[in-house]
Design a protein around this ligand. Sequence first.
Ligand code: SAM
Ligand code: SF4
Length: 325
Amino acid sequence: MIDQFGRRIEYARISVTDRCNLRCRYCMPECGVEKIPHDEILTFEEILRVVKIFARLGIKKIRLTGGEPLLRKNLPALIRDIKNISGVEIVTMTTNGVLIEKFAADLIAAGIDGVNISVDTLDEKIFSSLTRRKFFANVLRGLKILLSYGKNIKLNCVPLRGVNEDDVLKLVELARENFIDLRFIELMPIGCAIDSKLEGIPTAEIFSLIESHCGKLYPAEKKFLQGPAEYFRAENFIGRIGFIDALEHKFCGTCNRIRLTAEGFLKPCLNFGIGLDVKNLLRSGVDDEKIFTAIERTIYYKPREHFFNLKNNLCDERKMYQVGG
Ligand code: SAM
Ligand code: SF4
């Protein structure tokens, strides 16, 4: 469907859990994490009911996220069932990669169309310090397995000054040799990132660093339902290099996405707390038409921009792991 600013909304990110097996400094607190009670999290049946309504509204792509989505029991079964919903063309997942080795075969069998893995560093020590957990080897094994399946793979890296700067060019080498999309995402001033004392590195700086190493970057072709990243290719690279220029909110004008939190709150924009309590509607006994109309209205009024620098009572207090990125 088309929102009030003429944007075609075709992509929903659905968080299936707020639990995570890492504690990335920019995303989750080290301890004292408040967990959503299990019965407050949408069941698979509820998620499927919402996705059917999304599909009627023109949503073609679903990305499952979290927390860590692979911590949700039977996730491959959910993927398979979403794939069977008429109108849904692409089902993908964003994961930290820790559990990929355990589930890769089931995910492929379920028909997953692509996987994003968050890999901020290729250095074990930096990984342990940034994520506060010792799962680096698991992530590397998971990544290798996925590469061997040759699925549509995206690597996400949030460049942080004084933390993983040296990883930028190491990750770029992966895109030289592998058929992947490597994306650099600017640190967003949301949740734990605000108090973490971590400093994101602006896209322009990363772009120049890569060009000084690999030569000129050329704009790459656009893919179906591509999202906010702008992609480039370097000479003799198999993979593409993408940039998500979050802070300049250049991508808001073409934003095609909505988000559903694990507890069933529909967010039309990442930074704003406004939206729709879909779980409440699902559990109130109303029919699908009522829910359809409420979701349609919420999407129509999607805000024009994220206004990250604006901090007022309209902004969402949820942390990234509660929203799904
Ligand atoms: N646990 C999964 C993972 O890490 O991929 C999925 C959820 S995580 C919230 C989704 C994405 O959000 C990750 O790529 C992570 O790096 C990114 N993210 C979390 N906090 C962020 C922030 N403050 N700014 C930019 N990206 C952030
Ligand atoms: Fe967990 Fe992903 Fe957040 Fe890291 S970024 S703490 S892996 S939800």
